[in-house]
Write a protein that binds this ligand. Structure first.
Ligand SMILES: Nc1nc2[nH]cnc2c(=O)[nH]1
Ligand SMILES: [Zn+2]
Length: 459
């Protein structure tokens, strides 16, 4: 930024205004009139008071005049983390939610996923899903692709090209009696997973990583689960799958794997339950299973839109938190009809309130807790919290510049005059955005310090 830099690191950008984030100790911290500096590597170099702009500019070697000043109704919040989304199902999001899970998979999902053999089709859908999620504030996404290695690699390339932080999984499944052309043999699945991982790692993408992805126990033989556990262990990789989404699924897993203590034990005995594992749903997990999650450091992706849309169940998020199991939020497109994490926030609150209606003693999740789940909680669930999740010095600057009062947007900021002052101060907080806002309020999105929204149009 200037040649008179006095610190060891070079500062690329400095922002002044309100920053809202969660920490390990505070569910939501609203930091007013702060100055945040981002270095040339995209990391947060410092956070100080806006009043100290003079001394900070000398210490860090930036021009005070080059500071980007946020407007009165603007704030930065951490980018949101979608811990579970099927990129391949984006093509039919918002349709076909009239069947329970297993019939839904056989009738709609597997036939659609089979289309990703066609790379042109894959490129089109994957470009749309990466752009749509980024525009809606998802700076980190944990994606399921399909069984097709080349199309899954393409998803990684597209996420990298648009600057999204992503875990990308080539789906593994060797059992499928309904759509037999959409499955692999255990050897194919093993070999193609190895090819997927080595090709992806060869690319050296800074923000995109492979994740070992057994679809779920009903789609995988014990032999395949064993292969995948081995691959994840040998390469220290992330793992994602589904667990205990519906009661019918739990019952079938019990029948298929009678020698295991539980559904969780099936994954555990195949080395698939680690501190880099994220399991979607978990609506019907027992306390014993949650204890095993906690012991292994595995996490749950709460996907409330999908759970309600497919009538799968209602996750008791409070119980998961009480077990000290890491918890993030997921859209689970297309079981969930919305690709927006703002929707996941709202459906999480709705589910918690529905549980409260059933039991008035229930400890409803607060706004603040759900904000944390969508940001820091998600980064912890994906074991990426060293890099992202909040505005801690040393982490990457993954952020949304939110303008609550954007012209033509969905929120009207109305002063109540003599009405309760607290209401107006709440209107200027992140909460109207979380509940009533949409992508029009997200003026800019940053991942690792780079502005990725608005998109740079290339013609
Ligand atoms: N919601 C959902 N659950 C699954 N369980 C196994 N596969 C899937 C899937 O694609 N979506
Ligand atoms: Zn899913």
């Amino acid at each position: 930024m200037t040649s008179s830099n006095k610190s060891a690191v070079d500062i690329a950008h400095v922002y002044r205004g309100t920053f809202v984030h969660s920490t390990d100790h505070t569910v939501v911290e609203i930091l007013e009139d702060r100055l945040l500096g981002v270095d040339t590597e995209g990391k947060i170099a410092f956070i100080g008071s806006g009043q100290e702009v003079g001394s900070l500019s000398q210490k860090w070697g930036f021009e005070a005049l080059a500071v980007t000043q946020l407007g009165q109704y603007e704030f930065f919040m951490p980018g949101m983390v979608d811990t579970h989304i099927h990129a391949s199902q984006y093509s039919y999001a918002g349709t076909a939610l009239d069947l329970p899970l297993l019939q839904w998979l056989n009738t709609y999902t597997f036939p659609v996923e089979a289309c990703y053999k066609d790379l042109a089709f894959a490129r089109n859908v994957y470009t749309h899903v990466v752009k749509r999620t980024l525009r809606n504030g998802t700076t980190t996404a944990c994606y399921f692709a399909t069984i097709h290695t080349d199309a899954s690699l393409l998803l990684g390339q597209i996420a990298n090209d648009f600057g999204q932080r992503a875990l990308v999984g080539k789906v593994c499944m060797d059992t499928n009696n309904f759509v037999p052309h959409y499955r692999e043999t255990p050897d194919e699945s093993h070999d193609e997973t190895n090819r997927f991982i080595s090709e992806m790692l060869k690319k050296k993408y800074p923000l995109v990583m492979p994740v070992v992805t057994p679809r779920f126990a009903l789609s995988c033989s014990a032999a395949l689960l064993g292969h995948l556990g081995e691959i994840a262990k040998n390469n220290h990789l992330h793992i994602q799958s589904h667990i205990s989404e519906t009661k019918e699924e739990v019952k079938l897993v019990k029948e298929l794997f009678p020698d295991y203590d539980s559904y969780t034990d099936v994954y555990h005995k195949h080395n698939l339950l680690t501190d880099k594992t994220v399991m979607a749903h978990g609506c019907h997990l027992t306390d014993e299973e949650l204890k095993l999650f906690r012991e292994k450091g595995a996490s749950v992706a709460h996907c409330p839109n999908s759970n309600i849309s497919l009538c799968s169940g209602m996750l008791d998020a409070r119980r998961v938190l009480n077990h000290k199991v890491k918890l993030g939020l997921g859209t689970d497109v297309a079981g969930g009809y919305s690709p927006s994490m703002l929707d996941a926030v709202r459906r999480t609150l709705d589910t918690s309130k529905a549980l409260t209606i059933q039991d008035p003693q229930y400890q409803t999740l607060t706004f603040e807790e759900v904000f944390r789940l969508a940001t820091l909680g998600g980064s912890q669930a994906l074991s990426l919290d060293e890099h992202t999740g909040n505005f801690q010095v040393g982490k990457d600057f993954d952020a949304l510049r939110v303008n609550t009062a954007i012209a033509g947007g969905p929120i009207d900021l109305i002063n109540h005059g003599e009405g309760p002052k607290v209401l107006f101060s709440l209107l200027c907080s992140p909460f109207p955005f979380l509940l009533s806002g949409d992508d029009r309020n997200i003026a800019e999105v940053y991942v690792a310090g780079k502005r990725v929204v608005p998109f740079v149009e290339t013609t």
